[in-house]
Design a protein around this ligand. Structure first.
Ligand code: MN
Ligand code: MN
Length: 501
């Protein structure tokens, strides 16, 4: 993925008007902006005539392609509709940018010149609209290129003519796109290429952006007593790891926000082996960790003034003579013992140790964990929402609102002590899950994890089913979605929790 942006001053309007592919903007019934109208005039009204087509509804994301209009040197002028100016949101601008990128790609156009206009009555500043348009183009332009050589990488050279350049907004969008891109690629790598032994090498972009990366290997996990991580990872020939990431932005002196991620590079289910169809997508069972990594890259690349730590439990849940077994009692890092029933409930085991580690090592102001955790959250909420559980109402409402702003939607589910009754074990401190495996497993898993958060304000995001898409989505083609990177970046940008003074 590459979009190169060149920006030209207003005096270059005429030169830009001679570009082969010109893009102008329209705001619903408000019509073209000043630059668009100038192009229309030079084309003898060809744009206005094309815009009278009956299929057009004036909605955000509509694209009209005017080919080789007389009076212009351009081979095409694309008109991108932003919808009614008064209704424009950052998300709508992002989606419109994605629609434009898709259209340019469909037409195999390698370069375009955007003559940017702001519109009266728009609640979003023109610089922000431009930044979001470009973000949408970058997100849509991503494709996974594991096998590709550099010289085959598709790219789009975008030239922007605008009076409304907002450098900070553009830089934030570029960093965010990098973060989402990395999270997507991590999910897209098959388990042959992304596994506990190679995981650390994939974190080079974080190091380059100034994030410190610690890799805790088996002897260190044994010394610490991370019995749950070790139990889960023991069935694999590749021993488990815990990665500890830290980013401290300029002036961020306070206690950090801790982001905790489930990083199951492959989940065969362990001895409670999954069926083939269930197993096929399990390279994506590290999407929680990928979201943490992508978020930290997005924050670090733009030097956001926040203090964030990431703790990732990275393992493979495999079958061998050394696999952990149903009925085992495992001593976790917290000292609490857990009676294992289903080895396929490995995510909550690993999270038990990394949550406790994050809570006790960093004394964080708050913890957010992300995990592709339960089938029950997928069954209960379908493709629209992911599940949110929280001990803190303010964090919950902040994250829910951020999700609505970026189009990564969550629904709050119950976190209640009443679920603890089903987690009692006669031989350990806790059962691993409730007695009926399927009924209410998502809130049961959340109730289990709460024991390891050591009283810190905490939000648990169960993102099962959101990590990969079979469908072509507005912002993502089939494959890894990079889900929750935009959500976390947006929320962290808006909250005071992450180490701000
Ligand atoms: Mn599992
Ligand atoms: Mn799993």
């Amino acid at each position: 993925m590459s979009i190169t942006i060149t920006t030209l001053a207003r005096s270059d309007d005429a030169a830009a008007g001679a570009a082969p592919v010109i893009v102008v903007l329209k705001a619903g019934a408000g019509g073209l902006g000043p630059r668009g109208r100038a192009v229309d005039e030079r084309a003898g009204g060809a744009l206005s005539r094309a815009l009278a087509a009956p299929r057009l509804r004036g909605e955000a994301g509509e694209c009209v392609d005017v080919l080789a209009p007389a009076g212009l040197e351009a081979r095409r002028v694309m008109i991108l509709d932003l919808g009614a100016a008064a209704a424009l949101t950052p998300l709508a601008a992002t989606l419109a940018g994605a629609a434009l990128a898709r259209r340019l790609e469909d037409e195999a156009e390698p370069a375009a010149t955007l003559l940017f206009d702001g519109f009266e009555g728009c609640p979003v500043s023109p610089g922000e609209v431009l930044a979001r348009l470009v973000l949408g183009m970058r997100l849509r332009n991503y494709r996974f290129q594991m096998m590709a050589r550099d010289d085959t990488a598709p790219g789009l050279a975008l030239t922007v003519v605008s009076d409304a350049l907002d450098g900070a907004a553009l830089a934030r969008g570029a960093a965010l796109a990098e973060g989402v891109t990395l999270a997507r690629s991590l999910v897209n790598y098959p388990a042959s290429h992304l596994h506990p032994d190679s995981f650390g090498a994939h974190l080079a972009p974080l190091r380059a952006a100034g994030v410190t990366v610690e890799e805790l290997e088996r002897p260190e996990l044994e010394r610490l007593g991370m019995g749950a991580v070790l139990a889960v990872g023991n069935g694999s020939a590749r021993p488990p790891r815990v990665f500890v990431l830290e980013y401290r932005g300029p002036g961020a002196e306070g206690a950090p926000l801790a982001l905790v991620g489930k990083g199951m590079c492959f989940d065969a289910g362990g001895l409670a082996i999954k069926t083939g169809p269930q197993m096929f997508t399990m390279k994506g069972d590290m999407a929680g960790a990928a979201a943490v990594i992508g978020t930290m890259l997005a924050l670090a690349q733009r030097r956001a003034p926040v203090h964030v730590v990431g703790v990732l439990g990275v393992a493979e849940n495999m079958l061998s003579g050394a696999s952990y077994k149903p009925g085992d009692v495992v001593t976790t890092l917290s000292g609490r013992t857990v009676e294992v029933f289903d080895t396929d409930c490995e995510g909550r085991m690993v999270l038990a140790d990394v949550l406790h580690y994050a809570a006790t090592r960093f004394q964080p102001a708050a913890i957010v964990d992300l995990a592709t955790l339960t089938y029950s959250v997928m069954r209960g909420l379908g493709h629209v929402f992911a599940g949110l559980f929280a001990t803190d109402d303010e964090m919950a409402s902040g994250i829910l609102a951020a999700g609505e702003r970026v189009g990564e939607r969550f629904w709050r589910l119950p976190l209640d002590r009443a679920y603890d009754k089903a987690l009692r074990s006669p031989i350990a401190d806790l059962r691993q899950h409730g007695r009926d495996l399927e009924d209410g497993d998502a809130p049961m898993a959340a109730a289990f994890l709460r024991h390891f958060t050591e009283g810190r304000p905490w939000v648990h995001l169960d993102i099962a089913g959101k990590e990969m898409t079979d469908e072509d989505l507005p912002l993502a083609r089939p494959g890894g979605v990079g889900f929750a990177v935009q959500l976390l970046e947006e929320w962290i940008d808006a909250t005071a929790i992450a180490g701000r003074k």
